[in-house]
Write a protein that binds this ligand. Structure first.
Ligand SMILES: [Mn+2]
Length: 345
């Protein structure tokens, strides 16, 4: 777990800082963690960070541009040592992925003290701020976790009596809200910046879900635009027939990447053991989401990455990788081999 002393240390840093810079993972958990801190402390800049090759240059450029007095990484599985070396101010890193060793950073990861405790970034940030419970719930359930404060939520009706994370995510009104958080980060960076700044001012989820305010209406419209694109892709994927126990689906470069959310929804809707969902990006790479329904996929991925030009990581049953396009067929074959080995044991 992240201890009370550590939570207090995070508060102290944020209270002291005048100009914090937040790099948050561009999914519901990362965005929720950022919103919780921004709304509590009312200062700083937030920048969504996507997995990309050469991301240390991106970080360093932003750090130079913004010149913060505190840097906070949220929900990012990896930050290169050279980024930490390049920072001229304190750096906090709150995460819940597989722990890594780095110097020159205050690292808050529940898995360091308690292996197996991978409660999400927004869960811990909620412990820091102790407000905006609905935003914390978006982050936690978006990460397929039911936090212990779920019962305190005042709009239980939004769960439509659903209990498990996938049911809430894909078959409830609250699940729609989680998709809103995810989809408003799509599109151009100026669009997503605008969307996030509107979301910073929303007071209740009903403003969005029932369009009870003009800000909520604005976000709902943005969501519907992206959702149209997503639903078309989902239908394509559901129509795709795969013989074996592994489901592999690739889609071309488009405006938006949906691999992570799409792989989660397919995992819920289809009876397969392993899911590999990949999108070709503009740098001849396949950005890949890997999900295991019945088996742990991270050990498979780690083994395969030793022989393949690519990098990746994540959680035991939900991870991701970026693979050179020409290596992707070999990547799939190697994953199939690892899966076959598992089934033999
Ligand atoms: Mn997370």
């Amino acid at each position: 777990m992240v201890t009370d002393e550590q939570l207090q240390e995070i508060r102290d840093h944020l209270e002291k800082s005048l100009n914090p810079l937040f790099f948050y993972d561009d999914d519901q958990d990362g965005l929720s963690a950022f919103l919780l801190l921004k709304r509590k402390y009312q200062k700083g800049r937030g920048i969504p960070a996507k997995p990309r090759s050469g991301d240390h240059e991106f970080y360093l450029r932003k750090i130079r541009e913004i010149d913060p007095d505190l840097i906070v990484f949220l929900d990012r599985p990896d930050v290169a040592q050279e980024v930490l070396d390049g920072a001229k101010c304190p750096v906090l890193w709150i995460d819940h992925h597989k722990p890594v060793k780095r110097l020159g950073v205050k690292y808050y990861n529940p898995m360091v003290n308690t292996p197996g405790d991978n409660r999400s970034t927004s869960f811990w940030v909620y412990q820091v701020v102790q407000q905006d419970l609905w935003i914390a719930l978006v982050g936690c359930i978006g990460d397929w976790q039911i936090p212990d404060f779920l019962d305190k939520f005042e709009h239980q009706e939004l769960f439509n009596k659903k209990k498990t994370p996938p049911e809430i995510l894909f078959d409830s009104e609250f699940g729609k809200l989680i998709k809103v958080f995810n989809f408003i980060l799509k599109g151009s960076s100026s669009e997503s910046r605008k969307n996030v700044s509107v979301l910073e001012k929303i007071q209740s989820p009903l403003e969005i879900l029932r369009q009870e305010s003009s800000k909520g209406k604005f976000l709902w419209k943005k969501f519907e635009q992206i959702n149209k694109e997503y639903e078309a892709l989902l239908k394509n994927a559901l129509d795709h027939v795969e013989e074996g126990r592994m489901f592999i689906f690739t889609y071309p470069t488009g405006k938006n990447s949906f691999s992570s959310g799409l792989s989660n929804e397919l995992l819920h809707r289809l009876n397969k053991d392993v899911f590999i969902i990949a999108r070709e990006n503009e740098h001849d790479e396949m950005v890949t989401s890997i999900r295991g329904k019945t088996v742990d996929v991270l050990p498979m991925l780690e083994k395969v990455l030793k022989t393949i030009n690519g990098h990746g990581g994540g959680h035991v049953r939900a991870c991701g990788a970026v693979i050179a396009k020409e290596e992707f067929p070999k990547f799939v074959v190697e994953m199939q081999k690892e899966f076959a080995k598992l089934k033999l044991n």
